[in-house]
Design a protein around this ligand. Sequence first.
Ligand SMILES: Nc1ncnc2c1ncn2[C@@H]1O[C@H](COP(=O)(O)OP(=O)(O)OP(=O)(O)O)[C@@H](O)[C@H]1O
Length: 298
Amino acid sequence: MIKAVEISKKFERKQVLDQVGFQVRPGTIYGLLGSNGAGKTTIMRILAGILKQDKGCVLIDGKAVFENVEIKQRIIFMPDILYFLPQYTVKQMGKYYADMYANWDQQRYDQLISQFQLENKKVSSFSKGMQRQVAFCLALAAKPDYLIMDEPLDGLDAVVRQRIKGLLINDVAERNMSVLISSHNLREMENLCDDIGIVHKGKMILERNLDDMKSEVQKVQFALRKGQDTQFLNKLNILHQEKRGSIHLLIIKADRHEVEALFAAQHPVVLDMLPLSLEEIFIYEMGGAGYAIENILD
Ligand SMILES: Nc1ncnc2c1ncn2[C@@H]1O[C@H](COP(=O)(O)OP(=O)(O)OP(=O)(O)O)[C@@H](O)[C@H]1O
């Protein structure tokens, strides 16, 4: 378990993080979302033990991470700007990691390198996207318990992004690895993360479990008979409503069965429970909290 407890950080006089707290549970993927300058990289560097917070604490398996060599052996931090040893080839980078990480799996590295069709050339000679793929192969073959990645999917093509997501989900399920991943892009995180935290101007403004979130908000399209009473709607926590002709569209914060039962009892002419994207849920939830998500995320 990674636990950040009320971490605050100032650079010079600027408050960059203000009492940020969250947890990455074992065997789950946590998506840290926020716009440029929100504080994501700073949070990740503190969690990886590279930077020290001014206030609060970071605990990994209950132990402080800063200057803790034993814990750092079990963490891989993939920064947004990658670094490889100059002149090192793909295989040489593997040897370097093998010396550093006790869980290194050479067979897995060889498999991943061939799956990504990476030639054994100097890593610095690869394109940015290919270097990112090498970084993934290294990270996954090191079999860390904790994988912290700063915008790792940026600049990768759709096929590679899908392949990487599949590999991550697999390792999380099989080895109980915990992943913290940052992104600007909510849609990218939709089918990957268990939990999402949105950081804005150094504060955690919303944190949710995605399964809970999806089961708590419903989108209903319905039409009633002419002149039919709509009083029953007053019982609902309506986040958003629209009306086109006789068709009503509602976004409601409630359990699906409750909503279905309530509407079915009115014998509507039309009743459809529609799928909701994560983006829509965030727009309505954050709108309610006074934030316009389109100004916060891509
Ligand atoms: N070493 C530093 N010295 C001074 N200010 C810094 C330093 N590192 C980060 N900052 C400031 O802290 C704030 C948060 O930066 P951070 O890199 O954590 O944001 P981010 O959410 O990762 O942004 P991006 O999406 O653009 O990468 C910014 O205002 C940035 O200028």
